[in-house]
Design a binder for this molecule. Structure first.
Ligand code: TYD
Length: 214
C-alpha cells in the first residue's frame, strides 16, 4: 500500500486536533496503519523545541528565531517520523505542517520566507501532503472556544502564542485563504463552525472523493 500524507490546518481553536484524531481512528477502522502526529513536537527533539516555542516567558523571541525553530522541528519530524511512516505504507495524519509556517510566520508576522526557499523546496517540497484540510473559522469564534477550553481546564493561559492579538489571527486566517486560492487541489476548505461529528463526515467525504486506494 502506498503511504498517504494528510494534514490539518487552521487558526488556534479551529478544532484541528479533534479532527486529526477522528480521521486517524476512521482510517484505522478502514484497515490502514496510521501514524498520528503533530507539529511542533512530533519527535523528542521536537518536544524540546515546542517547549521553547510555547514558553510564556519568551515573549521577546525574535520572529526569525521562531521561524527557524519551526523549520528545525519540521526537518527532524520529516526525517525521523513522516518519511519512514510513508515508506512503510502508512497513512500519516499530521496536526499542522508547513502551511502553518506560511500562514503564521509569513502572513501573520510578516516574515519574508524567500531566503529559506532552497531548504523549503528540498526538505518540505519532497514530501508534500496529499490533502490538507483547512478548518476555517471566524477569529472571534475560535477565541471564544479557546477561552471556554481554558475555563474548563482551569488553565489561566495556554501559552505565549494563544495570547497573540486578534489582528494577528485575522492575518493568519487570510494567509490560509491565500494558500487555499493558490492550491485548491491540495487544500480543502471546510467549515470549522460545524459540530465535530458533522465536520468529520465532511472530511471523510472529501477524502473518499479525492483519494484512490484508501
Ligand atoms: P498547536 O500545537 O496547533 O497548538 P495547540 O497547543 O492548541 O494544539 O500549535 C501551537 C502554536 O504554534 C500555534 O499557535 C501555531 C504555531 N505555529 C506556528 O506559528 N508556525 C508553525 O509552523 C507551526 C507548526 C505552528
Amino acid at each position: 500500500m502506498a503511504g498517504l500524507f494528510f494534514t490539518f490546518e487552521g487558526i488556534d481553536g479551529s478544532g484541528k486536533s479533534t479532527q486529526a484524531r477522528l480521521l486517524a481512528e476512521r482510517l484505522r477502522r478502514a484497515g490502514r496503519a496510521v501514524c498520528e502526529t503533530r507539529e511542533p513536537g512530533g519527535t523528542s527533539i521536537g518536544k524540546g523545541i515546542r517547549a521553547v516555542l510555547l514558553d510564556e516567558r519568551l515573549e521577546a523571541m525574535e520572529p526569525l528565531c521562531e521561524l527557524l525553530l519551526y523549520l528545525a522541528d519540521r526537518i527532524q519530524h520529516l526525517e525521523q517520523v513522516i518519511r519512514p511512516a510513508l515508506a512503510r505504507g502508512e497513512a500519516v495524519v499530521c496536526d499542522r505542517f508547513h502551511d502553518s509556517t506560511v500562514a503564521y510566520q509569513h502572513y501573520g508576522r510578516g516574515l519574508d520566507l524567500s531566503a529559506l526557499e532552497t531548504l523549503v523546496v528540498r526538505e518540505i517540497g519532497a514530501s508534500p501532503p496529499r490533502l490538507t484540510f483547512w478548518l476555517d473559522l471566524d477569529v472571534a469564534a475560535a477565541q471564544a472556544r479557546l477561552a471556554e477550553r481554558n475555563r474548563r481546564m482551569q488553565e489561566p493561559g495556554t501559552g505565549r502564542l494563544d495570547k497573540a492579538a486578534l489582528p494577528f489571527h485575522q492575518r493568519v486566517r487570510e494567509g490560509y485563504a491565500a494558500l487555499h486560492r493558490h492550491e485548491p487541489g491540495r487544500i480543502v476548505r471546510l467549515d470549522g463552525a460545524l459540530a465535530a461529528d458533522a465536520l468529520h463526515e465532511a472530511v471523510w467525504r472529501e477524502l473518499s472523493a479525492r483519494v484512490d486506494g484508501l
